[in-house]
Design a protein around this ligand. Structure first.
Ligand SMILES: [Zn+2]
Length: 452
């Protein structure tokens, strides 16, 4: 039977830059047809044979948004971690809180994050979990219906890291392999697993080299943080006598399977190293501003055409999980950093769609094209915060005016996850109640000091 989205403006994000009034037909989880007359042909069918439909009048139909860097385990920490410095934020709040997670609190954190994400048009997440209980995240992702690449954080060292978050390289890789056996390609291909060494300071050379070998043997992506803040960059230099990017390159990690968040403090030579290896960077401007980390050189990323995405990072360092917010910040900050070559609004939207998919090696999503997976979001542009010409310049409307609350429909592989204020796989009252209860227990177990 399928599903028909009709009477919208299709913003396809394909190579040709197609923007057209029309309809989008989904069959068997994929985009079966696109165009102005798709719905008309179906109208001739007997009512019993017509697909379920959604009226997208006054709305933009876009590829489902791709969160390129996220920590669902941190959603419950929102508002509990306000240190304006990465290393203090980690040691005083995030690591103690992560160490206090139980399976129940982790599941509550992931569900609260996904409640927000699917209602904001996100169809795919690239998530770094915490050290323990990552299987729980996989189960929640499976149940919720989003597309995801996720991995457990790999940590075997670090100043200020609680003992509960430190494992031996053999133990953490064994668990990562077990996650991959269970979830790689699961849920009809919606789920994939990555290896996620947290950052240079939290992983030994032995662990990095083991991750490089494992990734080469298994083809799993490697998800990490890279050159996020200046104080971290100084600490890395004193720990390994070089920069993080050069250190990773020396250990065989700088490959087309590396997806690194931030890259704020990469110099031009390092950016060329990333580009030459076909590795990917994920821009997280909201997190970089809130933690006072800096402004990444997005203009250089675009000029070098390196693989790139956009992410909110965790709810504890943003504090929104809203890619519309990130797109606006990315556009504005790029104008500040490189006023001589401001990116187009389409290039910014690509970070969260077509380029975001390329960064994660996902060739079946990121654009609206026949045969691709039906990962789709519908964004209403009739609100008072949109100009009357929003549909004439959809890229500008999406990047500079749209809000998460403009999203009316989110589909993943043709399945409706969110429609006009209702979730199909999550009960919002239950998710919020569970989150409140689990957040209280988490803070108690973490024994956070109010003065910290
Ligand atoms: Zn992060």
């Amino acid at each position: 039977m399928g599903f028909l989205i009709h009477s919208g403006t299709l913003v396809c994000m394909d190579q040709a830059g197609t923007v057209a009034r029309g309809d989008l037909l989904v069959r068997d989880g994929k985009i079966a047809a696109l165009g102005p007359a798709v719905g008309d042909a179906l109208a001739a069918l007997p009512p019993a044979e017509r697909p379920d439909s959604f009226d997208a009048t006054g709305a933009l139909v876009v590829p489902g948004l791709i969160q390129g860097h996220l920590h669902l385990c941190q959603t419950l920490f929102r508002g509990m971690a306000e240190q304006p410095n990465l290393l203090r934020w980690l040691t005083e709040r995030i690591w103690p809180l992560e160490a206090a997670h139980t399976e129940a609190s982790l599941a509550a954190s992931a569900r609260l994050g996904l409640l927000e994400l699917v209602a904001s048009g996100v169809s795919c997440v690239h998530d770094m979990g915490t050290v323990r209980h990552t299987e729980t995240i996989g189960v929640v992702l499976e149940q919720t219906g989003v597309r995801a690449i996720f991995g457990k954080a790999l940590m075997d060292q670090g100043v200020g890291v609680p003992a509960a978050l430190i494992e031996t390289p053999a133990a953490c890789l064994a668990e990562a392999r077990a996650l991959a056996r269970r979830f790689q390609g699961a849920a009809g291909g919606r789920l994939a697993v990555s290896l996620a060494p947290r950052f240079v300071l939290a992983a030994s050379t032995r662990l990095w080299e083991a991750v490089a070998a494992e990734s080469q043997a298994s083809s799993l992506l490697v998800h990490t943080h890279l050159a996020e803040s200046m104080s971290e960059t100084r600490a890395v230099a004193s720990a390994v006598s070089t920069t993080a990017a050069r250190y990773l390159a020396q250990r065989g990690l700088m490959t087309e399977r590396l997806v690194a968040a931030h890259g704020v403090w990469l110099d031009l030579e390092e950016l060329m190293l990333v580009e030459g290896a076909r590795a990917s960077l994920v821009h997280c401007p909201g997190s970089n501003l809130k933690l006072g980390s800096g402004i990444a050189a997005l203009g250089d990323w675009l000029r070098l055409d390196l693989k790139r995405g956009l992410g909110s990072d965790g709810a504890a360092c943003n504090n929104r999980l809203d890619l519309f917010h990130e797109m606006g910040l990315a556009a504005g900050l790029a104008r500040v950093r490189h006023p001589e070559r401001p990116p187009t609004a389409r290039a910014i939207l690509a970070l969260a769609t077509s380029e975001g998919a390329r960064a994660l090696g996902l060739d079946q999503v990121g654009s609206l094209e026949v045969g691709k997976q039906a990962d789709v979001a519908v964004v209403d542009v009739r609100g008072p915060h949109h100009g009357p010409a929003a549909e004439a310049d959809p890229y500008t409307a999406l990047v500079h005016a749209a809000r998460a609350s403009d999203v009316r429909l989110t589909l993943v592989a043709g399945r409706v996850l969110y429609r006009d204020g209702s979730w199909t796989t999550l009960d919002p009252d239950t998710v919020r109640a569970e989150a409140r209860a689990e957040a209280r227990g988490l803070a108690r177990r973490a024994e956070l000091s109010a003065a910290a």
